[in-house]
Write a protein that binds this ligand. Structure first.
Ligand code: SF4
Length: 665
């Protein structure tokens, strides 16, 4: 296909298949697996991206053997075959192809299905840092059993109607452990020389081909660089790819980055917004120059223009755009139709996609909470009566409520008291490396514009305005105000709230940040002030800075603070401050913690709901809803989700109890 994206729209010939375009949804954990079996939501979730125009979907890792990580799809369970078949049918009916992943975590394992710690196996008894695992070295019999299990698992995918599969040799998983001479220290013919370290992978590939022949497409996923201490590095990965390619059994190499093995490497498994879009493509380009099979690449490719450039340069044959399609399941179709401005761009926050999965919940998106809720809130209920709706507040909650209500056919006006839309997003975007957060406002503004919402800035909503306009429905989305607890004792101290710093308040050279929130605010302010030349001490109320945010985002940030010399004190509760000392107490021991030589104390002590409009509208007779921080202060995710719920229910909508919003009257 020509048009704006001549490379992205070009079909790809792959092992006898013709994939309709070069847009890939890479294998990723959905949190839609129950006791090892995909739930019906799994099929609906992948079906939505297939319907949206994606070329190829690779579904998440399936464990080929009971000794692998318990969170994966368990292919040995017959119920999994049925569930995968449902997903395959759903994806293929939209013209998309579907592959599966075959995996074994080896020593990368942390918990079983019953909360106990499973035994871990690896090529050798070498410790893994992230999950603090010491594996048992695999016997030759066990190696043979797992090789056979890979072959059987391939047959399972074939039985489920899948088009192909990839073997997981990425992210420090079992095959990568065999490749790595720092992990594989065996002295038999599976260790030592590169030939020996490749033996296990070659046996796996050969057994799969024995079982399914060339009836299915087969590739391998490998980290182009594990970017971790003692991890595989690009020169060695190049040699591995060259050798496996020369065997001629593989149709593609799927290049990613990072490793589960350490916190530094795991950041690259789902890289947060601080990494440049497509930052791994120079590595895939080197591999593509060495192999004859097709090469895929992933790594925060969140923009179709960036993907087109990667393909145009010849860095890869296909681009993994996974979060991009979690955020906008219709991204591929919009790109092919040239509707680029309508694409909702993923901002790399990691909050509701990988963040949900790691917390044990189905993945979603803070910008598009319809994801993961395809058959519930993902459906726009038909309007029974066209109503007039007044939204008070132009933050994410109000914007989403307005867009959805208007999309369903209501007449919607949104009034924002300030001069710009976005609520607290305007603060988030001012922190180092967080400017992309503003993309939420861009996307929601576009949604409102397309839906025909009338927006008024600098317009305060009060009872008089409500009575003048006489809407059928009012949505209170007026957010929250910065808060510092009244009981704190400040005598002669220079104290500023985090929000004031973000709005330009002056701070001295020696700063203590009291981080009660343990989220992005404390981390971001510490980085910004340290970069501005301040000496920064960060006192967090939890066990670590960023305790409440997604771990890859947090871990990278903690590393930045370390480089900048920010001193972190955990478990510290603010008590007060005077002219040069900030007083804290330890949250478990109760012992005093003193910070001396302090010029400025910054309180990252959160915000409190603004009740003004709610109280003003007491007794008003119309339909009244509340959303976001106006209910209670939380994050952007809850704000957008509650906006969606309200927009979906105004004027009638048959939502499940869990999806119903807070209605006051
Ligand atoms: Fe992207 Fe954030 Fe949505 Fe995840 S939650 S898909 S990182 S915008």
């Amino acid at each position: 296909m020509a048009g704006l994206f001549p490379n992205l729209g070009l079909p790809l010939e792959l092992g006898g298949l013709t994939v309709r375009n070069r847009i890939l949804s890479t294998g990723h954990m959905t949190g839609m697996i129950s006791a090892g079996v995909p739930t019906p939501a799994f099929a609906h979730y992948h079906g939505a991206r297939a319907r949206g125009g994606c070329g190829l979907i690779i579904t998440e890792s399936a464990a080929v053997h009971p000794t692998s990580n318990a969170y994966n799809i368990q292919l040995t369970d017959p119920a999994s075959v049925e569930a995968l078949a449902l997903a395959a049918a759903e994806v293929k009916r939209h013209g998309c192809h579907i592959f599966g992943q075959l995996g074994h975590g080896g020593r990368e394992t942390h918990s079983g299905t019953d909360g106990s710690i499973p035994a871990a196996y690896g090529p050798s008894s070498t410790a893994a840092e992230r999950f603090h695992v010491m594996p048992r070295a695999m016997s030759r019999d066990m190696i043979a059993e797992i090789v056979e299990a890979f072959g059987q698992a391939a047959l399972t995918y074939e039985a489920a109607g899948y088009d192909g599969m990839e073997i997981m040799a990425s992210h420090g998983l079992l095959l990568a452990q065999f490749f790595n001479p720092d992990v594989n220290v065996r002295d038999d013919d599976y260790g030592g020389t590169r030939e020996n370290r490749l033996r296990f992978a070659r046996e796996v590939i050969a057994r799969i081909r024995d079982k399914v022949g060339r009836r299915m497409v087969l590739g391998i996923r490998i980290s182009g660089d594990e970017l971790n201490a003692n991890g595989l590095e690009t020169p060695e990965v190049l040699e591995i790819c060259r050798a496996l390619d020369a065997d001629g059994a593989l149709d593609f190499f799927d290049i990613c980055g990072g490793s589960m093995t350490g916190l530094g490497g795991s950041v690259h498994v789902v890289p947060p917004m601080n990494f440049d879009p497509g930052y791994l493509s120079p590595i895939s380009a080197r591999i593509r120059a060495e192999v004859s099979a097709a090469v895929f690449v992933a790594g925060r490719i969140n923009d179709v223009r960036a993907a087109e450039a990667i393909l145009a340069r010849g860095d890869a044959d296909m681009c993994g755009m996974t979060r991009a399609q979690i955020c906008d399941p219709d991204m591929a179709g919009k790109a092919m139709r040239g509707e680029v401005d309508d694409i909702r761009a993923c901002i790399g926050c990691n909050q509701a996609c990988i963040g949900h999965m790691q917390a044990g919940f189905p993945i979603s998106c803070i910008q598009h909470p319809e994801t993961g809720r395809e058959t519930g809130l993902g459906v726009r209920p038909a309007v029974q009566d066209r109503l007039t709706v007044l939204i008070a507040g132009g933050g994410p909650a109000g914007m989403k409520a307005a867009a959805v209500a208007a999309e369903r056919g209501h007449r919607v006006a949104l009034c924002e008291a300030g001069a710009e839309l976005g609520g607290q997003v305007k603060w988030a975007r001012q922190l180092p490396g967080r400017d992309e957060f503003g993309g939420i406002v861009t996307s929601l503004s576009a949604e409102m514009r397309r839906a025909g919402v009338e927006v008024s800035l600098n317009t305060w909503v009060d009872r008089t305005l409500v009575e003048d306009l006489s809407p059928d429905v009012v949505v209170i989305a007026t957010g929250a105000q910065p808060y510092t607890p009244d009981h704190l004792l400040f005598e002669g101290a220079h104290v500023v709230h985090a929000a004031q710093v973000l709005e330009g308040a002056n701070v001295g050279k020696r700063v203590v940040i009291a981080d009660w929130r343990c989220d992005w605010v404390g981390l971001g302010l510490a980085e910004r002030l340290a970069r501005d030349g301040c000496s920064v001490r960060l006192a967090v109320n939890g066990t670590m800075p960023g305790q409440s945010i997604q771990q890859y985002t947090r871990d990278r940030w903690i590393g930045e603070l370390h480089k900048l010399g920010v001193a972190v004190t955990p478990l510290a509760r603010l008590v007060g401050a005077d002219n040069d000392t900030a007083y804290f107490e330890h949250t478990t021991s109760g012992e005093a913690i003193l910070f001396e030589d302090v010029d400025t104390l910054v309180t990252a002590t959160g915000s409190r709901t603004d009740l003004t409009l709610e109280q003003d509208l007491e007794g008003w007779r119309g339909e009244l809803y509340m959303a976001g921080d106006a209910v209670s202060p939380r994050t952007c995710e809850e704000a957008v989700l509650e906006g969606l719920k309200i927009g979906s229910v105004i004027g009638g909508g048959n939502l499940a109890p869990i999806d119903r919003p807070l209605r006051i009257r």
